[in-house]
Design a protein around this ligand. Structure first.
Ligand code: B12
Ligand code: SF4
Length: 544
């Protein structure tokens, strides 16, 4: 069985400006395939290698795979669908599979618009994929797929969604195979070194209304920190990785495990060799005030905080369960401990105005994070907030659902003006930082890191990749009326998908009415509802 995994060639000018990042999913799935006795795995990183369709077709023909699997987040979905279409054309006998967050929730949409996708793997791939590969190897795919949990596929004119699979319960069985990646290609610009994205914890017990991640991973699980440190040691020793970010949504929520992780890194002398970063919540930083020196000692250098909003009203709307005043204090604590801190704002809801955008800038000035980030609100169609404001969404061109394109048009301004005001915030914030802050930020790791970040910003600005400014034709305030986001307005959410959501919402409502008991982790019940058994068959009329 030869299995080919493809990371689609999608690009957008956000986090990518920091360098080329290795696709962790490929390593996690390869590890699981090899452990199950399927060693013949090939990986093509079409994104990092910027492969054209022709080059991809040629590679697929050369590999001659039995199975081709691609991944997709929402913005990369069309590129992923296209990669599998190329696979179908180049090597028609291979079974095509799609995984990742977008296809998990939008499987009806995907199977309708990309009929060459043989099956969608819904949720975590490590266990489901093995069952699929075994069925294909045994020549029983057509008959066995019905009984494999966590799949969706088209059977004639019907879309079949099998019962939801459980999450990976024994997370210590997860053993990635990092050897599948082309390590020389993955460079983190701020530190000019190789970078990796290991995964210690899966899930998030919170239920922010704009976020897709808690729904995707469902229950919160943490791997044995020693096993994760084994991985980091291997990444350093074999692949010369000197910086990593944890892929986790919220690695700190389980304080005991996070402390064990830090202590293990220190015990093995890794912090002198490898620095790292995390995304986490303000509340955890406040809770762990006294532990921050330990975290820094363990090599934690960059913390990105989901501060999200300058206004409490907006935090409440996001169901963020934090206070504006907490943000300032968490930022100060991190900085005082020598950790680079990044504040993230979400802007671009329908009620955004010049004043509210200015307010985020003032907050950024007042809170004094080292880095600030203004992400455009992106209405993932499978989130709570989307349900509340779907009447405000007129763009369904998912390729632009990427945090840098204004999907919602605020009532008070055009999208071009929103982009311009966001750029104005960036300009003012980073000019001050470059002149008055970064050069004087001590002499050690923090200063080097901040100057490295500045280099990454300047590089992407010069190449006009930042916020896709080159693509949309933004050249400063004078061009704000002329920017063109090139939305494909013919894109729609398919009726089969919306009908399914309505049915699910109704099922969830009934389910909720039955269980009103709070969960111990503080999370909601929706994590579970989102992937409740979906065994029923729905019509997929050929005209859709
Ligand atoms: C690391 C990361 C990146 C890296 C990408 C590295 C890379 N090349 O993959 C960088 C920094 C470049 C990046 C950029 C962006 N990112 Co990003 N990123 C993440 C992050 C933090 C971790 C992703 C990860 O590796 N997870 C661990 C792996 C193991 O999980 P996984 O990929 O989901 O794979 C599992 C399953 O999905 C499934 N699976 C996945 N694929 C497949 C395929 C098959 C065949 C099968 C069977 C199973 C399967 O099995 C896997 C194992 O269980 C997540 C947030 C998070 N905590 O997940 C955001 C996240 C994925 N990013 C997001 C976004 C929007 C972006 C950007 C568009 C933002 C921007 N403009 O900068 C860009 C797009 C870049 C691009 N060109 O694709 C969003 C996607 C949201 C959505 N609902 O679609 C997320 C969820 C963040 C968020 N806050 O919402 N990102
Ligand atoms: S804290 Fe909120 S935004 Fe962050 S992963 Fe959890 S639900 Fe999503």
């Amino acid at each position: 069985m030869r299995i080919l995994l493809i990371h689609p060639n999608y690009h957008s000018g956000g986090a990518e400006i920091a360098g080329n990042w290795p696709p962790a999913w490929a390593a996690y799935l390869t590890g699981s395939l090899k452990a199950a006795g399927f060693p013949d795995v090939v990986f093509i990183d079409a994104m990092t290698n910027d492969l054209t369709d022709e080059a991809l077709a040629e590679r697929i023909r050369a590999v001659q795979p039995d199975i081709v699997g691609a991944t997709a987040i929402t913005p990369s979905i069309y590129k992923a669908e296209r990669a599998l279409q190329i696979a179908r054309e180049a090597h028609p006998n291979a079974v095509t599979l799609l995984g990742g967050v977008h296809a998990t929730f939008m499987y009806r949409q995907v199977l309708t618009e990309a009929p060459w996708v043989d099956a969608i793997v819904r949720g975590e791939g490590e266990e489901i994929l093995i069952e699929v590969v075994r069925a294909i190897e045994a020549g029983q795919w057509e008959s066995a797929r019905r009984s494999i949990k966590g799949l969706a596929y088209a059977d004639g004119d019907k879309i079949v969604a099998t019962e939801a699979a459980a999450t990976v319960k024994n997370v210590d069985s997860i053993t990635p195979d990092w050897s599948i990646l082309e390590w020389a290609k993955y460079k983190y610009i701020p530190l000019n070194c190789r970078v990796a994205i290991p995964n210690m914890a899966r899930g998030c017990p919170f239920t922010c209304s704009f976020c897709s991640q808690w729904k995707f991973w469902r229950d919160y699980r943490v791997r044995d920190p020693r096993k994760v440190v084994d991985e980091i040691q291997e990444l350093y020793e074999k692949y010369d990785v000197r910086f990593f970010i944890l892929a986790d949504e919220e690695p700190t929520i389980n304080r005991k495990k996070f402390v064990q992780f830090c202590e293990e890194l220190i015990a093995r002398g890794l912090p002198e060799k490898v620095q790292w970063g995390i995304n986490t919540r303000v509340t955890d930083i406040l809770r762990d005030e006294k532990l921050l020196p330990l975290y820094r000692k363990a090599g934690l250098l960059h913390v990105s905080l989901g501060t999200e909003a300058a206004a409490q009203l907006k935090l409440d709307r996001f169901n963020k369960e934090t206070k504006v005043s907490d943000n300032k204090r968490a930022i100060k604590l991190l900085r005082d401990n020598g950790i680079v801190v990044e504040a993230q704002f979400i802007v671009g809801l329908e009620n955004e105005t010049a004043e509210t955008l200015e307010e985020t800038y003032r907050m950024a000035e007042d809170w004094k994070p080292d880095l600030a980030n203004w992400s455009m609100y992106t209405p993932w169609p499978y989130t709570q907030l989307f349900k509340e404001m779907s009447d405000k969404v007129e763009i369904y061109d998912f390729e632009k659902y990427n945090f840098v394109t204004p999907i919602i048009k605020p009532e008070a301004m055009e999208r071009g003006e929103l982009l311009d005001r966001v750029m104005n915030n960036y300009r003012r914030f980073y000019i001050k930082k470059a002149l008055f802050h970064y050069p004087w930020a001590g002499t050690g790791a923090r200063r080097r890191y901040l100057l490295g970040c500045l280099k990454a910003f300047l590089k992407s600005g010069f190449e006009r990749k930042f916020y896709d400014l080159g693509k949309v034709g933004y050249w400063g305030p004078q061009s704000k009326k002329k920017v063109d986001f090139h939305f494909d307005r013919s894109r729609r959410i398919e009726a089969v998908q919306t009908d399914d959501w309505k049915a699910n919402a109704e099922r969830a409502r009934k389910h909720q009415a039955q269980i009103e008991t709070p969960m111990a982790c503080g999370g909601g019940h929706e994590q579970m509802d989102a992937l409740q058994p979906l065994a029923e068959m729905n019509d997929l009329s050929p005209g859709l």
